[in-house]
Write a protein that binds this ligand. Structure first.
Ligand code: AMP
Ligand code: MG
Length: 518
């Protein structure tokens, strides 16, 4: 285990690429460079609120006990081997080209080489102004930092590709936020997350270089990304082969989000990882009631571009934007043809995933119809997605009548069923039981498969809301408990949380919908 303050950090990204070394933080366009030096702005007092013990072990990072190590987590200390920088990227926001964006409040300190030889970017989120802060303050509030810290770790334990979070610290400084964008700004406690990933490169890094017609820079970034993160890809056709893999990873990520009911909320191209990771946790949510039209982001109304059910098609749209950025480096027809493989990959993986959720030995064409029937009936009845699938695991193998079925799923329901809904649910379950009868695997094997595909604990927004309220009053009991619960999402160990979203949380800000203000 090594201390944060005595580690010799690597800086291969800054050594490989041109950057703006001036260190000035004045907001500006930075053509010709990939990043700008940006030292974190020190805060009042860095206090450790949460630490990801297992991640730290994996990376070989000693838990900070001295203030000089804690200070690194809050940007109050930068060591000699670090080179703090903010990356320059662009993006499409809500479908529109937004030009240069960049890390407005994220600062990479350096690259940490773990005992297994892998390197991880250590990045502070909320560490102060950078040249890309535009008119914002470069800070983050406790509310949004707790959300990023817990949820990125929760996604990891769900088995979903994601950036990770090593620590959460408070800054001792207030941060002004207009949470509802209605002119009622208020001070909130400030915080900083240290997040880690092999790379935080986004689609937007590539879009930026293409938009600026910096073709040599674009080629350099693509070559570097391939050799460093996709080293098995070589040869003549490597740009297309690599793009194909980004398409595959993104399609698989969308399948995973659909599996657990995760709604990202801001799928702008600057929030799409080139490694296929879930990145940038903002106004995300799990669906509680199964509603394909649900968006957790108030800024996403009324269009609902980033609604639960639209995520796969937005993933595809975003890959289209990436393909556009790669045009100077590859044949257009090949790029388009590769992009078009998204649908095949997505649907193949999607049905396989649904087969596991339903405990099927294989997924035939007829099974695809059954899966559609599940989707339609769930969208109509809108039971709690997580609880519904848990109850499905323990479904009796024969059911007598509609009432018995409705009773079985009672715990998952938010509303009383209409007579039509009761019939639809009974019909669905009857079809499903007929299908289970033809399974060539044992019932217990089918149920095991379902237990691995269907989480029993998901980090619901209202739980986060309660944990944040507690923390703001200095009580970290729920935060500590949730930190444990996220590690065992497929077990029944934390069944105290196996409940539908409570009534009070349906309309409360932060519990169902959130703004981008963070
Ligand atoms: P997001 O929607 O969080 O992905 O942010 C979009 C862009 O706004 C990115 O370039 C962020 O770095 C920037 N940004 C968001 N919040 C802040 C902030 N408080 N200070 C500076 N830049 C910010
Ligand atoms: Mg972002």
């Amino acid at each position: 285990m090594e201390q944060l303050s005595s580690k010799i950090y690597k800086k291969e990204f800054v050594e490989a690429f041109a950057g703006d070394d001036s260190g000035t933080l004045t907001p500006r366009q930075t053509p010709g460079v990939f990043y700008s030096k940006a030292k974190p702005t020190p805060v009042e007092k860095v206090t450790l609120l949460a630490w990801s013990e297992e991640l730290a072990k994996e990376l070989g990072i000693a838990r900070p006990t001295e203030q000089q190590d804690v200070d690194i987590l809050g940007g109050n200390r930068v060591t000699d081997s670090m080179y703090p920088y903010a990356a320059c990227y662009a993006g499409h926001q809500f479908g529109n080209w937004a030009g240069q964006l960049g890390d407005g409040r994220a600062i990479t300190l350096g690259e940490w080489e773990a005992p297994d030889g892998k390197t991880w970017e250590l990045q502070l989120k909320g560490a102060g102004l950078t040249p890309y802060s535009r008119r914002a303050d470069g800070r983050a509030v406790l509310r949004s930092s707790v959300r990023e810290y817990l949820m990125s770790e929760a996604m990891h334990y769900l088995g979903i590709p994601t950036t990770r979070a090593l620590s959460l610290v408070s800054t001792g400084e207030p941060v002004l936020r207009d949470m509802f964008y209605n002119g009622n700004a208020a001070y909130e406690p400030g915080a900083i997350v240290m997040r880690v990933a092999p790379s935080f490169l986004r689609f937007g890094n590539f879009e930026m270089l293409n938009a600026r017609k910096e073709v040599d820079n674009l080629r350099q970034l693509v070559d570097w990304t391939i050799s460093r993160y996709y080293p098995h890809i070589t040869g003549e056709n490597k740009v297309i082969d690599w793009f194909k893999e980004v398409v595959d990873r993104t399609a698989r990520l969308m399948v995973e989000w659909m599996r657990v009911g995760f709604v990202h909320g801001v799928m702008n191209t600057d929030n799409m990882s080139i490694l296929g990771l879930t990145i940038d946790y903002g106004p995300y949510s799990f669906v509680d009631n199964y509603d394909p039209n649900f968006t957790p982001n108030t800024t996403d109304l009324p269009g609902r571009r980033y609604a639960f059910g639209k995520q796969p098609s937005i993933g595809y749209w975003n890959l289209g934007a990436l393909a556009g950025a790669l045009l100077p480096l590859a044949d257009k027809d090949q790029l388009v043809a590769t992009l078009e493989t998204f649908k095949d990959v997505y649907w193949t993986e999607y049905y396989a995933m649904m087969g596991r959720k339903l405990g099927l030995d294989q997924v035939s064409q007829l099974d695809r119809d059954l899966i559609s029937q599940f989707e339609k009936t769930l969208a109509d009845i809108q039971p709690d997605m997580t609880i519904f699938y848990q109850l499905l695991i323990d479904l009796p193998l024969s059911v007598e009548n509609e009432d018995e079925v409705a009773e079985h799923f009672q715990k998952a329901l938010y509303d009383d069923l209409t007579p039509e809904q009761k019939t639809a649910l009974y019909t669905l379950i009857s079809h499903y039981l007929e299908r289970l009868n033809t399974n060539k695997i044992k019932r217990s094997a089918s149920q095991d498969m379902m237990r691995k595909a269907n989480p029993r604990f998901v980090l619901r927004n209202y739980l986060l809301h309660q944990a944040i309220e507690g923390l703001e009053k200095g009580d970290d009991a729920l935060l500590v408990k949730l930190q444990e619960a996220i590690k065992e999402p497929y077990s029944n160990k934390f069944d105290e949380f196996f409940q539908t979203r409570p009534g009070w949380a349906s309309e409360k800000a932060g519990c169902s919908m959130l703004s981008c203000s963070s």
